[in-house]
Design a protein around this ligand. Structure first.
Ligand code: ARG
Length: 600
Protein backbone atom coordinates (compact mmCIF):
# COMPACT_ATOMS: atom_id res chain seq x y z
CA UNK A 1 0.00 0.00 0.00
CA UNK A 2 1.15 3.51 -0.62
CA UNK A 3 2.73 4.67 2.55
CA UNK A 4 2.78 8.36 1.98
CA UNK A 5 -0.79 9.18 1.10
CA UNK A 6 -2.31 6.94 3.76
CA UNK A 7 0.09 8.23 6.39
CA UNK A 8 -0.78 11.78 5.41
CA UNK A 9 -4.53 11.21 5.48
CA UNK A 10 -4.10 9.72 8.91
CA UNK A 11 -2.35 12.78 10.33
CA UNK A 12 -4.76 15.18 8.73
CA UNK A 13 -7.79 13.45 10.16
CA UNK A 14 -6.10 13.45 13.54
CA UNK A 15 -5.59 17.20 13.47
CA UNK A 16 -8.98 17.94 11.99
CA UNK A 17 -11.31 15.16 13.06
CA UNK A 18 -13.73 14.09 10.37
CA UNK A 19 -11.65 15.42 7.52
CA UNK A 20 -10.65 12.68 5.14
CA UNK A 21 -8.50 13.46 2.22
CA UNK A 22 -6.73 11.66 -0.52
CA UNK A 23 -4.95 12.65 -3.68
CA UNK A 24 -3.03 15.39 -2.04
CA UNK A 25 0.33 14.06 -2.89
CA UNK A 26 1.95 15.56 -5.90
CA UNK A 27 3.68 12.59 -7.47
CA UNK A 28 6.15 14.55 -9.52
CA UNK A 29 9.56 14.40 -7.92
CA UNK A 30 10.88 17.93 -7.83
CA UNK A 31 14.52 18.64 -7.24
CA UNK A 32 14.05 19.75 -3.65
CA UNK A 33 11.52 17.38 -2.24
CA UNK A 34 10.22 13.89 -2.76
CA UNK A 35 6.54 14.54 -2.40
CA UNK A 36 4.60 17.71 -2.12
CA UNK A 37 1.05 18.42 -1.19
CA UNK A 38 -0.87 21.49 -2.22
CA UNK A 39 -1.65 24.27 0.14
CA UNK A 40 -3.21 23.45 3.45
CA UNK A 41 -6.07 25.73 2.46
CA UNK A 42 -6.68 23.64 -0.63
CA UNK A 43 -6.82 20.47 1.40
CA UNK A 44 -9.44 21.92 3.66
CA UNK A 45 -11.42 23.37 0.79
CA UNK A 46 -11.71 19.95 -0.76
CA UNK A 47 -13.67 18.79 2.20
CA UNK A 48 -15.15 21.97 3.49
CA UNK A 49 -18.72 20.79 3.14
CA UNK A 50 -18.07 17.69 5.15
CA UNK A 51 -16.01 19.17 7.94
CA UNK A 52 -17.26 22.72 8.18
CA UNK A 53 -13.80 23.68 9.41
CA UNK A 54 -11.98 26.27 7.38
CA UNK A 55 -8.83 28.10 8.31
CA UNK A 56 -9.69 31.74 7.98
CA UNK A 57 -6.27 33.26 7.98
CA UNK A 58 -2.75 32.49 7.00
CA UNK A 59 -1.93 32.09 10.67
CA UNK A 60 -4.42 29.39 11.34
CA UNK A 61 -3.50 27.70 8.12
CA UNK A 62 0.11 27.72 9.19
CA UNK A 63 -0.86 26.44 12.59
CA UNK A 64 -2.80 23.51 11.19
CA UNK A 65 -0.08 22.63 8.71
CA UNK A 66 2.47 22.74 11.53
CA UNK A 67 0.37 20.40 13.61
CA UNK A 68 0.02 18.01 10.71
CA UNK A 69 3.74 17.90 10.12
CA UNK A 70 4.46 17.57 13.81
CA UNK A 71 2.17 14.57 13.86
CA UNK A 72 3.81 13.10 10.80
CA UNK A 73 7.24 13.47 12.36
CA UNK A 74 6.09 12.10 15.66
CA UNK A 75 6.15 8.38 15.21
CA UNK A 76 7.57 7.93 11.85
CA UNK A 77 9.79 5.69 9.89
CA UNK A 78 8.66 7.38 6.76
CA UNK A 79 9.57 11.05 6.70
CA UNK A 80 12.98 12.57 7.06
CA UNK A 81 11.49 16.02 7.32
CA UNK A 82 8.40 17.99 6.42
CA UNK A 83 8.76 21.58 5.30
CA UNK A 84 6.16 24.27 5.04
CA UNK A 85 6.81 26.48 2.07
CA UNK A 86 5.10 29.31 0.35
CA UNK A 87 5.19 29.97 -3.33
CA UNK A 88 5.06 33.36 -4.89
CA UNK A 89 6.53 36.72 -4.02
CA UNK A 90 6.52 37.23 -0.33
CA UNK A 91 3.95 35.95 2.10
CA UNK A 92 0.43 36.86 1.24
CA UNK A 93 -2.88 35.49 2.41
CA UNK A 94 -3.61 34.14 -1.05
CA UNK A 95 -0.37 32.54 -2.14
CA UNK A 96 -0.40 28.77 -1.99
CA UNK A 97 0.97 27.08 1.03
CA UNK A 98 2.77 23.83 0.34
CA UNK A 99 3.86 21.03 2.52
CA UNK A 100 6.96 19.37 1.13
CA UNK A 101 7.96 15.93 2.25
CA UNK A 102 11.29 14.24 2.31
CA UNK A 103 11.22 10.50 2.74
CA UNK A 104 13.77 8.65 4.76
CA UNK A 105 16.15 6.76 2.53
CA UNK A 106 15.45 3.69 4.62
CA UNK A 107 11.78 3.99 3.73
CA UNK A 108 12.52 4.08 0.01
CA UNK A 109 14.84 1.13 0.40
CA UNK A 110 12.12 -0.76 2.19
CA UNK A 111 9.80 -0.33 -0.80
CA UNK A 112 12.47 -1.68 -3.12
CA UNK A 113 12.92 -4.64 -0.86
CA UNK A 114 9.20 -5.38 -0.84
CA UNK A 115 9.10 -5.07 -4.61
CA UNK A 116 11.89 -7.56 -5.07
CA UNK A 117 10.54 -9.97 -2.48
CA UNK A 118 7.12 -9.55 -4.15
CA UNK A 119 5.67 -9.17 -0.72
CA UNK A 120 3.00 -6.58 -1.20
CA UNK A 121 -0.62 -7.50 -1.42
CA UNK A 122 -3.89 -5.65 -1.41
CA UNK A 123 -6.12 -5.69 1.56
CA UNK A 124 -9.31 -4.78 -0.25
CA UNK A 125 -12.38 -6.86 0.49
CA UNK A 126 -12.64 -9.23 -2.50
CA UNK A 127 -15.79 -8.88 -4.58
CA UNK A 128 -17.47 -10.94 -7.24
CA UNK A 129 -17.34 -8.70 -10.27
CA UNK A 130 -18.74 -9.19 -13.76
CA UNK A 131 -17.31 -7.11 -16.58
CA UNK A 132 -19.39 -6.79 -19.72
CA UNK A 133 -17.07 -5.59 -22.47
CA UNK A 134 -16.12 -5.87 -26.14
CA UNK A 135 -19.55 -7.24 -27.18
CA UNK A 136 -19.52 -6.93 -30.98
CA UNK A 137 -22.55 -7.68 -33.11
CA UNK A 138 -22.81 -10.78 -35.26
CA UNK A 139 -22.57 -10.20 -38.99
CA UNK A 140 -21.50 -6.66 -38.53
CA UNK A 141 -17.77 -6.27 -38.42
CA UNK A 142 -16.22 -5.77 -35.09
CA UNK A 143 -15.16 -2.18 -35.55
CA UNK A 144 -12.73 0.23 -33.97
CA UNK A 145 -15.46 1.31 -31.55
CA UNK A 146 -15.35 -2.17 -30.05
CA UNK A 147 -11.57 -1.97 -29.85
CA UNK A 148 -11.57 0.52 -26.98
CA UNK A 149 -14.10 -1.48 -25.02
CA UNK A 150 -12.01 -4.61 -25.60
CA UNK A 151 -8.69 -3.11 -24.57
CA UNK A 152 -9.98 -1.18 -21.57
CA UNK A 153 -12.30 -3.95 -20.38
CA UNK A 154 -9.47 -6.46 -20.50
CA UNK A 155 -7.14 -4.20 -18.55
CA UNK A 156 -9.73 -3.38 -15.90
CA UNK A 157 -10.33 -7.12 -15.49
CA UNK A 158 -6.62 -7.67 -15.01
CA UNK A 159 -6.34 -4.92 -12.38
CA UNK A 160 -9.35 -6.21 -10.49
CA UNK A 161 -8.00 -9.76 -10.55
CA UNK A 162 -4.60 -8.56 -9.40
CA UNK A 163 -6.21 -6.83 -6.42
CA UNK A 164 -7.83 -10.06 -5.35
CA UNK A 165 -11.31 -10.00 -6.86
CA UNK A 166 -13.21 -12.81 -8.50
CA UNK A 167 -13.74 -11.51 -12.03
CA UNK A 168 -15.98 -12.82 -14.83
CA UNK A 169 -15.30 -11.41 -18.28
CA UNK A 170 -18.46 -11.51 -20.38
CA UNK A 171 -18.92 -10.87 -24.08
CA UNK A 172 -22.52 -9.70 -24.55
CA UNK A 173 -22.53 -10.43 -28.26
CA UNK A 174 -25.35 -9.03 -30.37
CA UNK A 175 -26.43 -12.44 -31.67
CA UNK A 176 -30.21 -12.01 -31.73
CA UNK A 177 -32.73 -9.73 -33.34
CA UNK A 178 -34.85 -9.17 -36.42
CA UNK A 179 -31.84 -8.69 -38.73
CA UNK A 180 -31.35 -12.47 -38.59
CA UNK A 181 -34.46 -12.94 -40.75
CA UNK A 182 -32.80 -11.44 -43.78
CA UNK A 183 -29.40 -12.99 -42.97
CA UNK A 184 -30.87 -16.48 -42.77
CA UNK A 185 -32.87 -15.98 -45.96
CA UNK A 186 -29.84 -14.67 -47.79
CA UNK A 187 -27.67 -17.53 -46.53
CA UNK A 188 -30.29 -19.98 -47.71
CA UNK A 189 -30.35 -18.60 -51.24
CA UNK A 190 -26.64 -17.81 -51.63
CA UNK A 191 -25.22 -20.96 -49.98
CA UNK A 192 -27.87 -23.69 -50.16
CA UNK A 193 -25.34 -26.25 -48.84
CA UNK A 194 -24.54 -24.26 -45.74
CA UNK A 195 -25.36 -27.19 -43.47
CA UNK A 196 -22.87 -29.56 -45.05
CA UNK A 197 -20.10 -27.08 -45.45
CA UNK A 198 -19.74 -23.83 -43.54
CA UNK A 199 -19.43 -21.21 -46.28
CA UNK A 200 -16.26 -19.18 -46.30
CA UNK A 201 -17.48 -15.64 -46.08
CA UNK A 202 -14.52 -13.42 -45.15
CA UNK A 203 -16.55 -10.33 -45.38
CA UNK A 204 -19.71 -10.70 -43.35
CA UNK A 205 -20.22 -6.97 -43.57
CA UNK A 206 -20.84 -7.13 -47.33
CA UNK A 207 -22.91 -10.26 -46.82
CA UNK A 208 -25.03 -8.20 -44.45
CA UNK A 209 -25.25 -5.30 -46.89
CA UNK A 210 -26.20 -7.65 -49.70
CA UNK A 211 -28.97 -9.19 -47.58
CA UNK A 212 -30.21 -5.74 -46.68
CA UNK A 213 -30.27 -4.66 -50.33
CA UNK A 214 -32.40 -7.68 -51.28
CA UNK A 215 -34.66 -7.08 -48.32
CA UNK A 216 -35.27 -3.48 -49.37
CA UNK A 217 -35.81 -4.30 -53.05
CA UNK A 218 -37.56 -7.63 -53.23
CA UNK A 219 -41.00 -8.03 -51.58
CA UNK A 220 -40.83 -11.84 -51.84
CA UNK A 221 -37.48 -11.88 -50.07
CA UNK A 222 -38.94 -9.59 -47.45
CA UNK A 223 -41.80 -11.95 -46.82
CA UNK A 224 -39.46 -14.95 -46.49
CA UNK A 225 -37.26 -12.99 -44.10
CA UNK A 226 -40.25 -12.11 -41.91
CA UNK A 227 -41.26 -15.75 -41.73
CA UNK A 228 -37.67 -16.73 -40.90
CA UNK A 229 -37.66 -14.39 -37.88
CA UNK A 230 -40.90 -15.83 -36.57
CA UNK A 231 -39.59 -19.37 -37.01
CA UNK A 232 -36.29 -18.49 -35.40
CA UNK A 233 -38.08 -17.09 -32.38
CA UNK A 234 -40.23 -20.20 -32.19
CA UNK A 235 -37.05 -22.24 -32.21
CA UNK A 236 -37.65 -24.08 -35.52
CA UNK A 237 -34.80 -26.42 -36.34
CA UNK A 238 -33.98 -25.07 -39.80
CA UNK A 239 -33.74 -21.43 -38.80
CA UNK A 240 -31.82 -22.22 -35.64
CA UNK A 241 -29.24 -24.15 -37.67
CA UNK A 242 -28.85 -21.30 -40.15
CA UNK A 243 -28.52 -18.82 -37.31
CA UNK A 244 -25.80 -20.98 -35.72
CA UNK A 245 -23.87 -21.06 -38.99
CA UNK A 246 -23.89 -17.28 -39.22
CA UNK A 247 -22.78 -16.91 -35.60
CA UNK A 248 -19.98 -19.38 -36.17
CA UNK A 249 -18.61 -17.52 -39.18
CA UNK A 250 -18.66 -14.31 -37.20
CA UNK A 251 -17.04 -15.85 -34.18
CA UNK A 252 -14.05 -17.12 -36.16
CA UNK A 253 -13.41 -13.54 -37.22
CA UNK A 254 -13.55 -11.84 -33.89
CA UNK A 255 -11.79 -14.71 -32.12
CA UNK A 256 -8.89 -14.04 -34.45
CA UNK A 257 -8.76 -10.47 -33.19
CA UNK A 258 -8.97 -11.60 -29.56
CA UNK A 259 -6.11 -13.96 -30.20
CA UNK A 260 -3.91 -11.21 -31.59
CA UNK A 261 -4.75 -8.95 -28.69
CA UNK A 262 -4.52 -11.79 -26.14
CA UNK A 263 -8.01 -11.22 -24.78
CA UNK A 264 -9.75 -13.80 -22.65
CA UNK A 265 -13.50 -13.43 -22.57
CA UNK A 266 -16.52 -15.70 -22.35
CA UNK A 267 -19.25 -15.44 -24.96
CA UNK A 268 -22.69 -15.09 -23.44
CA UNK A 269 -24.66 -13.43 -26.21
CA UNK A 270 -28.03 -11.72 -26.15
CA UNK A 271 -29.75 -14.93 -27.29
CA UNK A 272 -28.83 -16.58 -23.97
CA UNK A 273 -31.32 -14.39 -22.12
CA UNK A 274 -34.18 -14.75 -24.57
CA UNK A 275 -36.12 -17.43 -22.71
CA UNK A 276 -35.90 -15.49 -19.47
CA UNK A 277 -37.73 -12.46 -20.81
CA UNK A 278 -41.40 -13.60 -20.65
CA UNK A 279 -41.30 -14.42 -16.95
CA UNK A 280 -39.62 -11.09 -16.16
CA UNK A 281 -42.35 -9.32 -18.07
CA UNK A 282 -45.13 -11.06 -16.20
CA UNK A 283 -43.41 -10.43 -12.90
CA UNK A 284 -43.04 -6.72 -13.65
CA UNK A 285 -46.63 -6.52 -14.84
CA UNK A 286 -47.74 -7.94 -11.52
CA UNK A 287 -45.64 -5.33 -9.75
CA UNK A 288 -47.29 -2.69 -11.96
CA UNK A 289 -43.94 -1.50 -13.23
CA UNK A 290 -44.75 -2.17 -16.88
CA UNK A 291 -47.18 0.09 -18.68
CA UNK A 292 -48.71 -0.24 -22.14
CA UNK A 293 -48.06 2.58 -24.55
CA UNK A 294 -48.84 2.50 -28.30
CA UNK A 295 -49.17 -1.27 -28.09
CA UNK A 296 -45.70 -1.60 -26.53
CA UNK A 297 -44.87 -2.74 -23.04
CA UNK A 298 -42.78 -0.01 -21.47
CA UNK A 299 -41.03 0.95 -18.28
CA UNK A 300 -40.85 4.64 -17.42
CA UNK A 301 -38.11 5.58 -15.01
CA UNK A 302 -37.86 8.70 -12.90
CA UNK A 303 -36.95 11.97 -14.64
CA UNK A 304 -37.05 10.47 -18.10
CA UNK A 305 -39.75 10.87 -20.71
CA UNK A 306 -38.46 8.16 -22.99
CA UNK A 307 -39.26 4.72 -21.63
CA UNK A 308 -37.47 1.42 -21.97
CA UNK A 309 -39.33 -0.73 -24.46
CA UNK A 310 -39.55 -4.24 -23.11
CA UNK A 311 -41.83 -5.65 -25.80
CA UNK A 312 -42.58 -4.11 -29.16
CA UNK A 313 -46.13 -3.94 -30.54
CA UNK A 314 -45.36 -6.88 -32.87
CA UNK A 315 -44.41 -8.96 -29.84
CA UNK A 316 -40.65 -8.82 -30.46
CA UNK A 317 -38.11 -8.21 -27.74
CA UNK A 318 -35.46 -5.52 -27.81
CA UNK A 319 -31.97 -4.57 -26.66
CA UNK A 320 -33.70 -3.19 -23.55
CA UNK A 321 -35.51 -6.45 -22.79
CA UNK A 322 -32.30 -8.43 -23.07
CA UNK A 323 -30.35 -6.08 -20.81
CA UNK A 324 -33.03 -6.23 -18.15
CA UNK A 325 -33.01 -10.03 -18.25
CA UNK A 326 -29.21 -10.03 -18.23
CA UNK A 327 -28.87 -7.77 -15.19
CA UNK A 328 -31.37 -9.91 -13.33
CA UNK A 329 -29.56 -13.11 -14.22
CA UNK A 330 -26.20 -11.68 -13.22
CA UNK A 331 -27.21 -10.34 -9.83
CA UNK A 332 -29.65 -13.06 -8.88
CA UNK A 333 -28.43 -16.26 -10.53
CA UNK A 334 -24.72 -15.64 -10.75
CA UNK A 335 -24.78 -13.74 -7.48
CA UNK A 336 -22.29 -11.04 -8.42
CA UNK A 337 -21.74 -7.97 -6.24
CA UNK A 338 -20.81 -5.67 -9.01
CA UNK A 339 -21.32 -5.30 -12.76
CA UNK A 340 -19.26 -3.00 -14.94
CA UNK A 341 -20.39 -2.28 -18.51
CA UNK A 342 -18.10 -0.78 -21.10
CA UNK A 343 -19.54 0.73 -24.25
CA UNK A 344 -19.33 3.95 -26.19
CA UNK A 345 -20.54 6.95 -24.26
CA UNK A 346 -23.65 7.16 -26.48
CA UNK A 347 -25.24 4.32 -24.52
CA UNK A 348 -25.15 6.14 -21.22
CA UNK A 349 -28.87 6.88 -21.17
CA UNK A 350 -29.71 3.30 -21.99
CA UNK A 351 -27.78 2.04 -18.98
CA UNK A 352 -29.05 4.75 -16.65
CA UNK A 353 -32.55 3.57 -17.47
CA UNK A 354 -31.71 -0.11 -17.13
CA UNK A 355 -30.17 0.49 -13.69
CA UNK A 356 -33.12 2.56 -12.50
CA UNK A 357 -35.62 0.02 -13.81
CA UNK A 358 -33.69 -2.83 -12.19
CA UNK A 359 -33.65 -0.98 -8.90
CA UNK A 360 -37.40 -0.21 -9.10
CA UNK A 361 -38.11 -3.84 -9.86
CA UNK A 362 -36.13 -5.10 -6.91
CA UNK A 363 -33.61 -6.83 -9.17
CA UNK A 364 -30.78 -5.32 -7.18
CA UNK A 365 -30.21 -3.05 -4.24
CA UNK A 366 -27.79 -0.22 -5.02
CA UNK A 367 -26.93 0.00 -1.33
CA UNK A 368 -25.17 -3.33 -1.38
CA UNK A 369 -24.59 -4.06 -5.07
CA UNK A 370 -23.29 -1.82 -7.80
CA UNK A 371 -23.94 -1.50 -11.50
CA UNK A 372 -21.65 0.90 -13.32
CA UNK A 373 -21.52 2.00 -16.91
CA UNK A 374 -18.17 3.29 -18.11
CA UNK A 375 -18.73 5.35 -21.24
CA UNK A 376 -15.89 5.50 -23.73
CA UNK A 377 -14.94 8.32 -26.02
CA UNK A 378 -14.49 7.67 -29.73
CA UNK A 379 -11.34 6.85 -31.56
CA UNK A 380 -11.15 9.16 -34.57
CA UNK A 381 -8.95 9.48 -37.61
CA UNK A 382 -6.37 12.23 -37.91
CA UNK A 383 -8.88 14.50 -39.63
CA UNK A 384 -11.42 14.01 -36.85
CA UNK A 385 -13.54 11.66 -38.96
CA UNK A 386 -13.49 7.89 -39.23
CA UNK A 387 -10.16 6.11 -39.34
CA UNK A 388 -9.43 5.28 -42.96
CA UNK A 389 -7.68 2.31 -44.49
CA UNK A 390 -5.08 2.65 -47.28
CA UNK A 391 -7.86 2.41 -49.84
CA UNK A 392 -9.67 5.29 -48.20
CA UNK A 393 -12.60 3.37 -46.71
CA UNK A 394 -13.26 3.23 -43.02
CA UNK A 395 -10.77 0.80 -41.61
CA UNK A 396 -11.58 -2.71 -40.43
CA UNK A 397 -10.16 -3.80 -37.14
CA UNK A 398 -7.84 -6.49 -38.48
CA UNK A 399 -6.55 -4.08 -41.13
CA UNK A 400 -5.67 -1.63 -38.40
CA UNK A 401 -3.77 -4.30 -36.50
CA UNK A 402 -2.00 -5.37 -39.71
CA UNK A 403 -0.95 -1.84 -40.55
CA UNK A 404 0.45 -1.28 -37.06
CA UNK A 405 2.45 -4.51 -37.28
CA UNK A 406 3.75 -3.56 -40.72
CA UNK A 407 4.98 -0.23 -39.41
CA UNK A 408 6.45 -1.72 -36.25
CA UNK A 409 8.50 -4.05 -38.42
CA UNK A 410 9.83 -1.13 -40.44
CA UNK A 411 10.94 0.54 -37.22
CA UNK A 412 12.67 -2.63 -36.07
CA UNK A 413 14.49 -3.02 -39.37
CA UNK A 414 15.58 0.58 -39.34
CA UNK A 415 16.99 0.27 -35.86
CA UNK A 416 18.83 -2.86 -36.81
CA UNK A 417 20.72 -0.90 -39.44
CA UNK A 418 21.71 1.88 -37.11
CA UNK A 419 25.36 1.80 -36.12
CA UNK A 420 26.04 1.48 -32.38
CA UNK A 421 22.70 0.11 -31.38
CA UNK A 422 23.10 -2.82 -29.20
CA UNK A 423 20.57 -5.35 -30.29
CA UNK A 424 20.14 -9.02 -30.50
CA UNK A 425 17.66 -8.88 -33.31
CA UNK A 426 19.20 -11.67 -35.36
CA UNK A 427 18.43 -14.09 -32.60
CA UNK A 428 14.72 -13.37 -32.47
CA UNK A 429 11.76 -13.73 -34.76
CA UNK A 430 11.27 -10.25 -36.11
CA UNK A 431 7.68 -10.82 -37.22
CA UNK A 432 6.76 -12.00 -33.77
CA UNK A 433 8.42 -9.00 -32.12
CA UNK A 434 6.81 -6.59 -34.59
CA UNK A 435 3.37 -7.99 -33.82
CA UNK A 436 4.00 -7.70 -30.08
CA UNK A 437 5.28 -4.13 -30.34
CA UNK A 438 2.30 -3.20 -32.49
CA UNK A 439 -0.25 -4.64 -30.05
CA UNK A 440 1.58 -3.08 -27.11
CA UNK A 441 1.51 0.28 -28.83
CA UNK A 442 -2.16 0.12 -29.81
CA UNK A 443 -3.15 -0.80 -26.29
CA UNK A 444 -0.92 1.72 -24.57
CA UNK A 445 -2.00 4.55 -26.89
CA UNK A 446 -5.61 3.85 -25.98
CA UNK A 447 -5.14 3.21 -22.27
CA UNK A 448 -3.17 6.38 -21.64
CA UNK A 449 -6.07 8.51 -22.89
CA UNK A 450 -8.76 9.67 -20.59
CA UNK A 451 -11.47 7.04 -20.84
CA UNK A 452 -14.47 9.21 -21.63
CA UNK A 453 -12.83 11.57 -24.12
CA UNK A 454 -12.47 10.99 -27.81
CA UNK A 455 -8.99 10.98 -29.23
CA UNK A 456 -7.30 11.12 -32.58
CA UNK A 457 -5.65 7.95 -33.67
CA UNK A 458 -2.32 8.29 -35.46
CA UNK A 459 0.12 5.54 -36.39
CA UNK A 460 3.02 7.98 -36.23
CA UNK A 461 2.29 9.24 -32.76
CA UNK A 462 1.42 5.76 -31.58
CA UNK A 463 4.73 4.33 -32.81
CA UNK A 464 7.01 7.23 -31.92
CA UNK A 465 10.09 5.56 -30.45
CA UNK A 466 10.94 8.67 -28.45
CA UNK A 467 7.49 9.59 -27.18
CA UNK A 468 5.17 8.47 -24.43
CA UNK A 469 4.33 5.30 -26.33
CA UNK A 470 4.18 1.55 -26.03
CA UNK A 471 7.24 1.20 -28.27
CA UNK A 472 9.34 3.49 -26.11
CA UNK A 473 8.36 1.62 -22.98
CA UNK A 474 8.93 -1.76 -24.59
CA UNK A 475 12.44 -0.65 -25.59
CA UNK A 476 13.29 0.73 -22.16
CA UNK A 477 12.22 -2.50 -20.55
CA UNK A 478 14.36 -4.51 -22.97
CA UNK A 479 17.30 -2.25 -22.25
CA UNK A 480 17.03 -2.87 -18.51
CA UNK A 481 16.90 -6.60 -19.19
CA UNK A 482 19.97 -6.37 -21.34
CA UNK A 483 21.97 -4.61 -18.60
CA UNK A 484 20.91 -7.19 -16.05
CA UNK A 485 21.70 -10.04 -18.43
CA UNK A 486 25.21 -8.79 -19.01
CA UNK A 487 26.09 -8.23 -15.37
CA UNK A 488 27.50 -11.65 -14.64
CA UNK A 489 29.92 -13.73 -16.70
CA UNK A 490 29.03 -14.12 -20.33
CA UNK A 491 27.39 -17.51 -20.22
CA UNK A 492 24.68 -16.47 -17.78
CA UNK A 493 21.19 -15.70 -18.94
CA UNK A 494 18.60 -13.21 -17.76
CA UNK A 495 16.76 -15.59 -15.49
CA UNK A 496 19.94 -16.63 -13.69
CA UNK A 497 21.05 -13.05 -13.24
CA UNK A 498 17.67 -12.09 -11.86
CA UNK A 499 17.63 -14.83 -9.26
CA UNK A 500 21.20 -14.17 -8.32
CA UNK A 501 20.57 -10.45 -7.69
CA UNK A 502 17.41 -11.25 -5.79
CA UNK A 503 19.01 -13.87 -3.56
CA UNK A 504 22.04 -11.77 -2.74
CA UNK A 505 19.93 -8.78 -1.89
CA UNK A 506 17.39 -10.61 0.24
CA UNK A 507 20.24 -12.20 2.19
CA UNK A 508 21.96 -8.89 2.81
CA UNK A 509 19.65 -5.93 2.28
CA UNK A 510 22.46 -3.54 3.13
CA UNK A 511 23.81 -4.13 -0.39
CA UNK A 512 21.33 -1.52 -1.51
CA UNK A 513 22.50 1.97 -0.79
CA UNK A 514 20.91 4.92 -2.50
CA UNK A 515 23.33 7.67 -3.32
CA UNK A 516 22.73 9.69 -6.44
CA UNK A 517 19.64 11.82 -7.14
CA UNK A 518 18.95 9.71 -10.25
CA UNK A 519 18.89 6.55 -8.18
CA UNK A 520 16.46 8.14 -5.76
CA UNK A 521 14.22 9.46 -8.52
CA UNK A 522 14.00 6.08 -10.14
CA UNK A 523 13.22 4.40 -6.82
CA UNK A 524 10.53 6.95 -6.03
CA UNK A 525 8.88 6.26 -9.37
CA UNK A 526 8.93 2.56 -8.56
CA UNK A 527 7.54 3.23 -5.09
CA UNK A 528 4.50 4.90 -6.59
CA UNK A 529 3.29 1.73 -8.26
CA UNK A 530 0.86 0.83 -5.49
CA UNK A 531 -0.43 4.36 -5.34
CA UNK A 532 -1.17 4.20 -9.06
CA UNK A 533 -3.16 1.00 -8.59
CA UNK A 534 -5.15 2.48 -5.73
CA UNK A 535 -5.89 5.55 -7.83
CA UNK A 536 -6.95 3.39 -10.75
CA UNK A 537 -9.42 1.53 -8.57
CA UNK A 538 -11.18 4.78 -7.68
CA UNK A 539 -12.42 5.56 -11.18
CA UNK A 540 -10.98 2.95 -13.54
CA UNK A 541 -8.71 5.41 -15.31
CA UNK A 542 -5.91 3.18 -16.50
CA UNK A 543 -3.95 6.23 -17.56
CA UNK A 544 -2.71 6.34 -13.96
CA UNK A 545 -0.87 3.08 -14.42
CA UNK A 546 0.38 4.27 -17.82
CA UNK A 547 1.72 7.49 -16.30
CA UNK A 548 3.60 5.59 -13.65
CA UNK A 549 4.98 3.11 -16.16
CA UNK A 550 6.15 5.93 -18.41
CA UNK A 551 7.63 7.74 -15.45
CA UNK A 552 9.70 4.71 -14.48
CA UNK A 553 10.94 4.41 -18.08
CA UNK A 554 11.94 8.06 -18.22
CA UNK A 555 13.63 7.97 -14.82
CA UNK A 556 15.50 4.87 -15.88
CA UNK A 557 16.71 6.61 -19.04
CA UNK A 558 17.90 9.59 -17.00
CA UNK A 559 19.55 7.32 -14.48
CA UNK A 560 21.36 5.34 -17.13
CA UNK A 561 22.74 8.42 -18.82
CA UNK A 562 24.84 9.38 -15.82
CA UNK A 563 24.98 6.32 -13.59
CA UNK A 564 27.22 3.60 -14.88
CA UNK A 565 26.19 0.14 -13.80
CA UNK A 566 28.52 -2.55 -15.07
CA UNK A 567 31.94 -2.57 -13.44
CA UNK A 568 31.08 0.39 -11.26
CA UNK A 569 31.80 0.24 -7.55
CA UNK A 570 28.05 0.52 -6.90
CA UNK A 571 27.23 -2.16 -9.42
CA UNK A 572 25.36 -4.42 -7.00
CA UNK A 573 23.25 -1.66 -5.52
CA UNK A 574 22.37 -0.34 -8.96
CA UNK A 575 21.50 -3.77 -10.25
CA UNK A 576 19.11 -4.14 -7.34
CA UNK A 577 17.39 -0.90 -8.35
CA UNK A 578 17.20 -2.07 -11.96
CA UNK A 579 15.73 -5.37 -10.90
CA UNK A 580 13.01 -3.55 -8.96
CA UNK A 581 12.33 -1.44 -12.07
CA UNK A 582 12.17 -4.52 -14.25
CA UNK A 583 9.75 -6.34 -11.96
CA UNK A 584 7.50 -3.32 -11.60
CA UNK A 585 7.39 -2.57 -15.31
CA UNK A 586 6.69 -6.21 -16.08
CA UNK A 587 3.76 -6.21 -13.69
CA UNK A 588 2.41 -2.94 -15.07
CA UNK A 589 2.65 -4.14 -18.65
CA UNK A 590 0.85 -7.31 -17.68
CA UNK A 591 -1.93 -5.26 -16.09
CA UNK A 592 -2.23 -3.19 -19.26
CA UNK A 593 -2.33 -6.36 -21.36
CA UNK A 594 1.07 -5.62 -22.90
CA UNK A 595 3.81 -8.16 -23.58
CA UNK A 596 7.16 -7.51 -22.00
CA UNK A 597 9.94 -8.34 -24.43
CA UNK A 598 13.34 -9.07 -22.98
CA UNK A 599 15.29 -9.26 -26.14
CA UNK A 600 14.99 -6.73 -28.94
N1 ARG B 1 -23.47 -5.02 -28.81
C1 ARG B 1 -23.51 -3.69 -28.28
C2 ARG B 1 -22.89 -2.72 -29.28
O1 ARG B 1 -22.16 -3.10 -30.15
C3 ARG B 1 -22.79 -3.56 -26.96
C4 ARG B 1 -23.36 -4.40 -25.84
C5 ARG B 1 -22.96 -3.89 -24.49
N2 ARG B 1 -23.45 -4.67 -23.40
C6 ARG B 1 -24.74 -4.72 -22.99
N3 ARG B 1 -25.04 -5.48 -21.96
N4 ARG B 1 -25.67 -3.99 -23.55
O2 ARG B 1 -23.14 -1.54 -29.17
Amino acid sequence: RSIISSRLSHSISKVIPGLRTKAIVNPEHQANWHYSSPSAIQIFNQNKKKSGVLPDSLDSCHKIATEISADLMNDNNVFEKVELAQLGRGPSEKSPFFMNFFLKTSCIEEVIKKTIAEEVSFSTEPSKILIDFSSPNIAKNMHVGHLRSTIIGDSISRVLEFTGNDVQRINHIGDWGTQFGMLITHLDSAFPNYLDEVPSIDDLQSFYQEAKRKFDQDPKFQERARRAVVNLQKGEQKEISAWKVICKISKVQYDNIYKRLDIKIKDVGESFYNDMIPSIISDLERKKIIVESDGCKCIFVKNDEIPLIIRKSDGGYTYDSTDLAAINYRFNQLGVDKIIYLTDIGQRDHFTKIFKAAHMSGIYDPKVQTATHLGLGLMRGDDGGKIKSRSGESVKLNELLDEATFRAKEILLERQNLPNTHNDLEKVDINDIAEKIAMNSIKYFDLKQSRASSYKFSYDRMLDTKGNTGVYITYMYARICSIIRRCYPKDSNLEDSVSRIREEFLLSPSLLSLQTPEEISLCLAIARFYESIEDTLIDYQLSKICDNLYNISVKFAEFYQTNKVLNHENQTSRLIILLAAKLTMERQMELLGMKSIENI
